[in-house]
Write a new protein. Sequence first.
Length: 434
Amino acid sequence: MYPKIKSSGQQRVELNEEILKKVLKRISSGRISEVADDIGLPYDLVYNLLHGRINSLSAKNYKLIFGEAPPKQAVKRVDSAYFREMVRLWLFLNGDVSEADLYREFYRDKNVKKVDYRIFSEVTQTVEKKIEQAMEQKFIYQGFDRSDIIELIRELSLIGKQERVFYNDIKPILRFVAETLKINPTRILNQWFVRYEEGELKTVSKKVYDDALELEKRIESALRSGSRYEVEKIREEIYGKKTGYILFSEIEEELEFLRKFGGKNPRQYLGRSISHYKKSRLKRIASWRALKIKNACCKLIDDQPEITLKSLPNSHRRTKLKKLLTVLKSYSISKVIKDINDIERFILMPAYYHEKYNTNEHGLISLNKAGYFLGMSKTAFDFLVSEHLDIFKRIGTYNKEWYLPYLYLKKIKEKNGFDIVKAKYEMLAKKYKT
């Protein structure tokens, strides 16, 4: 894997007008076969060059023709191995990001409608230099340089090939999922399940098995909750949503709330009897109907503030609770800012002597990357360091740049109250930016 990352043998040089003239001048001085033998290029390549059928050259062939490496600005495509490994690493570190998300980010100026997944696989041996640079820049923004990125890729590779699990071990899970949610096993296996049943395939990846186990736990939890919506939501996540519609079970509670506290008949919102939905003959309603129901709920809650929190539909109850918690959190942060700077110092105070932190066993993290390790924005961490500079200078080590002990950062990250300290400085950073 890694020799490919270091290789630049597949760089491509775009034949702009200037370079094309130089190429034609160099190879049109004799017969094609003689020129090909003289330079050491395949006959077909020279022939196609002369007839304008090629718009780029490999860096190797460029050097054979001109006797020198191509100018850096002329290199438009590079070996895709390093790019692919960066993508794999980024997806590993950011579970909520997909290849499609990255593709649209790279080509946002082209209004992309269809994702070309070939750039993420070995089908395409080269990629545009600009998207390799864009991918690398995402890591640089987080405080990593190229050597750091390659080291992280190496560490990721140590995970090794995925362990395989026998199909018979996952089969009971597939049966449970099929019986409870009517989900075809093919959706879980990412392969036509008949191939497993007929013995053509005998094992699944550890990831597929782990995902199936997690799905089984989620289904069991949803069944225990007694919520029809929680169960149907899982099925919809796997099969995908229907555009313009939502699950009836998502607004079922709101309809009951409107009937009980507002005297509203569900038919006026659904356009038909609710029995069609209760008996599961119909599972979805139009999004505009759902919005009408939710708005009616909000109006009823505003008109009747005496309705208890416990009586509200779950979604509205969560909204109310979230507002209350936001107020409490803001109050807590204000108290931290105003009153308890000593407690903050206590949280940041080293638990060990400087010597114990700096042993080879635990290692060091550069100051530039410490904020990322603690889950803080750069501005917030800078504020934290400037406020407690004496502590960080005492515990830090300077060798061309400042380093902090990994063990020290790990310990303060685990301390009770550090989340409040983080929130304080994030709030200060937000105010500073605005």
